[in-house]
Ligand binder design. Structure first.
Ligand SMILES: Nc1ncnc2c1ncn2[C@@H]1O[C@H](COP(=O)(O)OP(=O)(O)OP(=O)(O)O)[C@@H](O)[C@H]1O
Ligand SMILES: [Mg+2]
Length: 290
């Protein structure tokens, strides 16, 4: 039901509307002597009470339908297959002559939708790579394959000379820090949100990565600085500023590869602009953004 049709239906069956219709029709019938007065009053009371009850039932059905749809999505998410875990996860060889990330002949489809086919790419140490292309061309999917959210259908993704399927998802998450488009901050304060990446990080480490990600200016603006709870901060921070928290967190992880996914011009400028670009690179040897 469209919202306009829904509103009209609600008005029509609401107790006042029913009361007006029943009172008018019943009043005419009683005045012409076709309906006894006591029946008219009985009708009036009965119709008002039943429509009020009907409205209550209708209003409880709506949240129930929403809850069922949410529970369906949650069940679908929980039942989606996870990439298989290797028996003996390997670690990459830091001396390998291979590029930090090497993508070869990759094909990947979501069901029948082929998102990527025949993709080759090398991300060398000390470089920033920007993936640019029309919406739906597969940029986010490519970075998700590097982060091993899914396994490729054909070809391979290697980090530090090792196939991500051999490294295992935990190994991959240590090597490739990710900053995605949909940024959700967790409960706790801003410092907690960064320390998730590295619980042993000192205050100086936090300040250092904040400067690189330009989070320092945001923290200075917050009423209680690093101790500001993100519940308060979440509403005070723009999407781009929340992404800075994520970049700082990714840098604190000291992973060799940072993957940034953004439509935010400011964030892309952050990864692309001269001095910052160099500062980011000093912290993270290889950056890929889409
Ligand atoms: N979870 C999914 N299930 C099914 N199809 C998907 C899913 N995610 C992406 N796709 C499809 O895969 C293709 C590539 O999507 P992807 O998100 O990688 O594109 P993109 O280049 O990042 O686009 P954008 O610039 O809009 O972010 C698109 O055709 C998209 O509809
Ligand atoms: Mg995308």
């Amino acid at each position: 039901m469209t919202s306009i049709a829904g509103v009209i239906a609600e008005i029509l069956i609401s107790p006042p509307s029913v009361l007006v219709v029943v009172a008018t029709a019943g009043g005419i019938l009683t005045a012409t002597g076709e309906l006894p007065l006591e029946s008219f009053i009985g009708f009036l009371v009965f119709s008002t009470v039943t429509t009020a009850g009907f409205m209550t039932v209708m209003m409880s059905v709506h949240p129930l339908v929403s809850a069922l749809s949410v529970s369906h999505s949650i069940r679908e998410l929980l039942s989606s297959p996870e990439p298989p875990v290797p028996d003996q996860p390997v670690v990459p060889d830091p001396e390998t002559p291979e590029p930090v990330v090497r993508i070869r002949g990759v094909r990947f489809a979501y069901g029948d939708t082929v998102a990527l086919d025949g993709i080759d790419l090398a991300l060398e140490r000390g470089t920033v790579t920007a993936l640019v292309g029309p919406s739906g061309s597969g940029k986010s999917t490519l970075l998700k394959l590097v982060g091993r959210f899914f396994d490729v259908d054909e070809g391979s993704v290697r980090i530090g000379g090792r196939d991500v399927r051999e490294l295992g998802s935990t190994g991959v998450s240590r090597l490739a820090a990710q900053v995605f488009q949909d940024v959700y901050l967790l409960e706790g304060n801003v410092a907690d949100n960064l320390r998730m990446a590295n619980p042993n990080a000192s205050d100086d480490d936090l300040e250092r990565v904040a400067r690189v990600a330009r989070l320092d200016e945001v923290v200075h603006r917050l009423p209680r600085g690093w101790d500001t709870r993100v519940g308060e901060a979440g509403s005070a921070l723009s999407g781009g500023e929340k992404q800075r928290v994520f970049i700082a967190r990714a840098l604190l992880k000291e992973a060799p590869v940072v993957l940034l996914v953004s439509h935010d011009d400011e964030l892309l400028a952050l990864a692309g602009d001269g001095e910052l670009h160099l500062r980011l690179l000093r912290e993270a040897p290889t950056i890929c953004s889409a």
